[in-house]
Structure formats: structure tokens, C-alpha cells
Write a protein of this length. Sequence first.
Length: 264
Amino acid sequence: MKRSNQHYLRPIGMAVLAIGLLSFVVWQQQKPTLYIIGDSTVRNGDGSGSNNQWGWGSLIAPYFDTTQIGVRNHAIGGRSSRTFINEGRWQRILDVLQPGDYVLMQFGHNDAGPLDDTARARGTIRGTGEESKEIYNPITKKQEVVYTYGWYMRKYINEAKAKGAIAIVCSPIPRNNFKEGKVNRANEDYGKWARETAAATGASFIDLNNTIADEYEKLGPDQVKAFFPADHTHTNKEGAQLNAGIVVSELKKLTACDLKKYLR
């Protein structure tokens, strides 16, 4: 009789285990994901800080309850709003983007470069209009139509929204560039254009440029200088932690975005 019970209980146990595993897989698939895209100020190198340079996106995951939301930092150094698309990086995210996911984006630091130089060919046309220019791209060795910074940012936002995802635009973090105790800000270019693009598309906006600049001015040039061991653009871990904390603080203030509900 005992053996008979074992005979029946074994397949039941296996069935319960299979159901449990299936439920876990379904739950994982339903869990939303926060995708972060940008340049080296968001993720520097491989994101490990091996060169003593960190982007804020590499330090933001611990602020979230990752049992409830996935956090994927796809930012990569040297890219502009244009080249992140041209290299197929945005398409790879679009291919897996699901309704209810989030896209947190920060571009601008590399958009001011030349459109068609032989080193990078990563620049975009200044502004948010519909202007375009056809160029020969010496990197890809192909003809290419280049658009404005705002055009590329609208593409990210509109395509994310078309997939049912929520887009959040950040103005680019400020550089360590003080003049008479004041930080040089991007209120006449990429910070302004990021804000205008978010407003025009209905995306949420975080004014990282001004918010971090305010904090830098409170700290003063000498203390802020310690955040930038190599140049005036890339922060060390302490600087990236400061910036990540500010991103999170600003996320909590967004009224039209519920990403904050996943914060710890």
C-alpha cells in the first residue's frame, strides 16, 4: 500500500513543480522593465568603473525593487541620439519592449559633434525642427540623411509610446565647468531642446542639467572637482552616486509617470 501511494504521489509532485515553474516564468514575463539609454555619462565603459569613471545609470538599480521591475542599462559611451539608433541599439530594445515598460533617456553630450567627420560622424543638426541634411557617412561608407536632435528624441519617444511603453526624457547632466561660482548650463541648447521635445510629445521630463547644476553650486568648485578625476565630463563613483540619487528624487516628483511606485 505504501508503494502504491508513492507511485501516485510522485507524478502529482512533479505536476505541482511544473505549475510552479510555469507561474514563475509567466510572472517574470509580466514584470515591467526600465530601459535606460544614453551616453557615457549614463554608463561608462562596461559599467564596472574599471577606469574610475561611472555613469549614473550604472548605480540606479539598487533604488528599485527589482523583484517587481527589471532594470536594464543599455547606455553606451560615445553615442549620440543619432548613432544609438544607427547602430541598431534602439531597434534591439524596441524588439522586446512591452506595454507598461519604461524608457529613461539622456542624450546631448555627443550631439554637438560634426555630422560627417572621419572619426565619429555622430553629430545631429542643432534644434528641434524638421530640418535635415544628406551627407556621406565616412564611418558606414553610405549616404545618410541626418536630422535634428529633437527629431531623434521624438523618434525614441513616439516609438516607445507606440509599443505601450512610458518615455521619460532627461536633460544632459552638466559638465564641471564653473565661471565665477556658477555652473555653465544647457538652457539655450540641449537642455532646452530636451525640455521642448518632452513637452511637445507628452513625455515626462527630468531637468537633470539644472537640478544637478544647482547641487554643484551648493557644493562649490573645489568639492565638485573631486567628482571628475579625468576630465570635465565623466564622473567617478561618488559623482555618479550623487547624480543617480538626484534622478531618483526627481522621479518621485513626476505626476504623470508611475515609475516611482517601484522605488524601494
